[in-house]
Design a protein. Structure first.
Length: 211
């Protein structure tokens, strides 16, 4: 290979490489000022507001010899407080009180306007669509096991239903004295549905919550 051929070969590699670097630099210089207008930018900003480390670990609550727990020993509960674990079907994830949008992912969230797990009334729990496959496979007679800082609870699935409005979710339990309703987005495809898939459960066992 003579000097002229070597020079051509060298230029054939170096020149395109330099041009590629220049194009890359110009691309990023142009794209960064526009980043705030991209659809994913707001999502990134929102996620940056919260960290998983913000979850508060609640201490154990005393239980008397009769298996009773005082409600006053449980309340008040701050948002993003870990209450224990929630197991339904193959899903076993943390149970968090009024979890924010980051902490709700990979966990179950006890609604702020809900009664406590085990308390008379309807306990309402939600889960993200991405975590809902096991919930949507639950059938009548399946058991829900919930371990909390104030005892272990078991509920039994009595029915599943699709609810049109969020305000009607709690009503799905009807007149069941101690009930649990789990809800999630109803759609299985990409996007968000305007309907909710719900699992209605009745209380089977657990510590009594007294005033």
């Amino acid at each position: 290979m003579n000097h002229h051929q070597k020079k051509l070969l060298k230029n054939g590699f170096i020149v395109p490489f330099i041009i590629a670097l220049i194009i890359t630099a110009v691309f990023f210089a142009a794209i960064f000022p526009l980043a705030s207008y991209m659809p994913f930018s707001q999502r990134n900003i929102s996620l940056a507001e919260y960290e998983k480390s913000d979850v508060i670990q609640m201490e154990k609550v005393p239980i008397d010899s009769n298996g009773n727990v005082k409600k006053s020993d449980i309340l008040p509960i701050k948002d993003n407080t870990a209450l224990g674990t929630f197991e339904a079907g193959q899903a076993k994830m943390p149970l968090i009180y009024n979890a924010n949008e980051v902490n709700a992912s990979g966990s179950f969230s006890l609604n702020k306007d809900s009664v406590l797990i085990g308390e008379t009334g309807c306990a309402v729990i939600s889960c993200c669509k991405s975590d809902s496959s096991d919930i949507k496979s639950l059938k009548t007679g399946d058991k829900i096991n919930i371990e909390t800082v104030y005892g272990n609870y078991v509920y039994e699935v009595t029915a599943t239903a699709v609810i049109n409005q969020e305000s009607d979710i709690k009503k799905a339990a009807g007149k069941i004295g101690k009930s649990l309703v789990i809800y999630t987005d109803n759609s299985s495809s990409t996007g968000i549905s305007s309907k909710y898939f719900t699992v209605i459960c009745k209380f089977i066992s657990g510590n009594n919550i007294t005033q």
